[in-house]
Design a protein around this ligand. Sequence first.
Ligand code: BGC
Length: 438
Amino acid sequence: MPKKHLKEYHEHTTIPFPTGFLWGAATSAHQVEGHNIYNDWWEWEQRRPRQLRSGSACDQYHLYETDFDLAKELNHNAHRLSIEWSRIEPREGEFNISEIDHYKAVLKSLKDRGLTVMLTLWHFTLPKWLSDKGGWENSQAPYYFERFVQRIVPEIGEYIDLWVTINEPGVYIYKAYIERVWPPARKSLFGLIKTYLNLVSAHKKAYHFLHQSFPAGKPVGMANNIMSFEPYHKHSLTEQLAVILNDIFTNHLFYFLTQGTHDFLGINYYFHARFRHKGLIPETVGSSPQTHDVSDLGWEIYPEGIFDVLTDLSDEVPIYITECGIASTNDDRRNRFLITYLQEVARAIKIGVNVRGFFYWSLIDNFEWSLGFDPRFGLIEVDYQTQKRHIRPSAKVYSEIIKHNGIPHTLLGFIGHSAQADKILDKLHHYEKKVKFK
Ligand code: BGC
């Protein structure tokens, strides 16, 4: 076939992504490592039923090479993970050299496999000594965080390509101070505001330090939970107002307070909410399996939402989707999720949004905080009895997308206009027989 035709054929059959696009998956230390005995979560879990304790989690502390081999085998070219502050500084001001060496080995093994490394410095857990002092409510907390960052960054900096200072301050506040299902589970408006402002300050301090220590500049950002909001009735003023206020507080406030300290925007996208007024006060309309396609956690599958948030936040700085994923034991649903969400990401890129990477949440099933191990987010299934890993078919679909640096036409055929899982699964199996996965 002459070259020109080949090119046309390729363009016709694949929804392309930009050259150099980062494809990977994300995890966080406490959710996968196991036995993080010096943090606030560990202490909190001991008061909860056994099945809601992290225990050995996925034992990634020991099995990281196995997991990174799988990521590599599945064509990932990048990986997002976090380090556990409480391992590195188990007692105030005392840094554990062997744990620092452990993380050096972990990060080096990612580099040895040729993966681009995105590292999160804080992902929800605090050393117990700091939580005993009031955690993020303590006015010194940003300084303690800065001291930790100053100590660890020179040790591991050579292995890191992209820094994420902190993960989802809004979700942390919501879970810990409003729902109160995460430590410190406190009802305190003052504590909530202090925590939020200290997280703002912690991010800024880490940003400035990372720029001083690496003048050549490894990009620094943070991962923010960004939601897509909609009014139930397009012309309802109260519903529109609810959208605007929620958009400001959830999606824009942290960026506004930390202006000038983002080399990229890290977006974690999971949620879409519709507001419907009841009297004057609008409330969110829940999604249920009867009315919507939902995950095992009841979260609505709404691909258009990722397009909305990407276009809304499109700015001069690049965007990385630092998390996006679905809890489902129905892996066909995960296939459909991946294909439809990535189609929307591609649509956003096509109209000019500068998206540079996608990190599926998560590489492996893991400890889903207050919900324990039941939610299954992984591309790779974990058998918690044996710690064996099993690659799910969706991991192979994702791998196929990565291989093409785009969504092949054959995969689009799976979704059509129908949302019926069984039909799609049949087609996938048929496809798997025809296509040899790596
Ligand atoms: C968090 C993860 C969590 C995931 C799924 C994000 O809010 O960063 O730690 O497991 O969502 O709930």
